[in-house]
Design a binder for this molecule. Structure first.
Ligand SMILES: [Zn+2]
Length: 367
């Protein structure tokens, strides 16, 4: 129950700077030692020895960095199997988890694409679980991008279409704008936030932009993904059923357009030219495996949404309450220290059952 509450997630490491392997190696050094110890020896609490099974869940970039694995656009792009770029999209999607942490521990470059020793090498690769939230965010981004791209390809990306989109968004109560990038003829647009993305996917009326056939085809792709996303969160979903569904969806996604040059009739419809994105492969090939392996918890348990919310809370606290690093970065006025101290105080209140809200003070007029 507590997994979904940001206040029940605890910060162990918070650092300023960029997300990269060398910085992380330093920042998580002490944490890694403790995790290693927990994993090897367990912990004795009230004379009971507790053993620990550790899990890892994060967005794609962080996962790749922590695995010492190369960027998503290089030839070997999957953290769990050895598929290469050329093999992607050839219809064969039966890739299963084939790498293992113990092999990486013996030789960090045992698999192509792995360049550095994994940081959390005490956590098995099967317990490095893809995060549902980031899968959803990335795929909906791409689905929306494809719609805009298609309008552009047809030469219809004009004020009329832009207004239709804005009006449709208004109906869904989503603030959405287009603007011209300065000095160019290109347009940029508001990026959709988490929940808005799902709302667009479920409710945006595509028939206002495309002919009925085309609208129906894109809608079926959108609905297919929305359905997969729902299934993903359900603990009772049969992994094999999900595997089948995902495969069908992926095939729809890969469809090509063939136009009869004489009659100009569309013989076969296309939706997109697939850009190399490991997330699709992960959704189609590996998610069902993770559902099977972690059936006990369900993939919802590994969702990063509460952690993202916590991060949001930290950012809010940073702007509202801290001295925003004051004059000196290293001393006590460091925002990092302030945020962590704040969190420690909250932790104290939670553990000691102290109420965090008090009735508002009332004005009493004494005559
Ligand atoms: Zn793979």
């Amino acid at each position: 129950m507590n997994l979904f509450k940001p206040d029940c997630h605890y910060t162990t490491v918070l650092f300023p700077g960029t997300e990269n392997y060398p910085t992380l190696t330093v920042a998580v050094n002490a944490l890694i030692q403790e995790l290693q110890e927990l994993s090897n020896n367990g912990m004795i609490i009230n004379n009971i020895l507790w053993n620990f099974e550790l899990f890892f869940s994060s967005d794609w970039k962080f996962l790749a960095i922590c695995l010492g694995f190369n960027a998503a656009n290089s030839n070997y792009f999957c953290p769990w199997c050895e598929i290469t770029k050329n093999q992607r999209g050839n219809g064969q999607v039966d890739w299963v988890i084939s790498k293992s942490m113990s092999i990486l521990n013996e030789n960090p470059i045992a698999y192509p694409g792995h360049k550095l020793p994994p940081l959390f090498n005490m956590i098995s690769l099967k317990n490095h679980v893809p995060d549902k939230l980031h899968i959803m965010l990335r795929i909906t981004d791409r689905l929306w991008e494809l719609v805009l791209q298609e309008i552009k390809n047809e030469g219809l990306f004009n004020d009329i279409s832009r207004n239709i989109i804005i009006k449709e968004m208004e109906k869904l109560k989503i603030r959405f704008e287009f603007w011209k990038i300065r000095g160019t003829e290109n347009w940029d647009y508001t990026s959709l936030m988490g929940d808005d993305k799902l709302r667009v996917l479920q409710n945006f009326n595509l028939a206002k932009l495309f002919d009925p056939e085309r609208a129906a085809l894109i809608k079926s792709l959108w609905n297919g993904f929305a359905e997969l996303y729902d299934l993903l969160g359900e603990i009772k979903t049969d992994p094999q059923y999900f595997r089948l569904k995902a495969k069908v969806w992926y095939e729809l996604f890969l469809k090509k357009t063939v136009i009869d040059p004489e009659t100009n009739n569309i013989l076969e419809q296309t939706l997109s030219i697939i850009r190399c994105n490991p997330i699709y492969l992960c959704l189609v090939s590996h998610v069902w495996e993770f559902m099977l392996i972690h059936k006990r918890w369900g993939l919802n348990a590994f969702s990063c949404s509460a952690v993202e919310k916590k991060n949001h809370n930290h950012v809010c606290y940073f702007f509202k309450k801290t001295l925003k690093n004051g004059e000196n970065f290293q001393n006590k006025t460091s925002a990092i220290c302030e945020i962590l101290e704040h969190e420690n105080r909250l932790l104290f209140y939670t553990q000691n059952n102290v109420s965090l809200s008090y009735p508002k003070p009332q004005n009493i007029h004494i005559l």
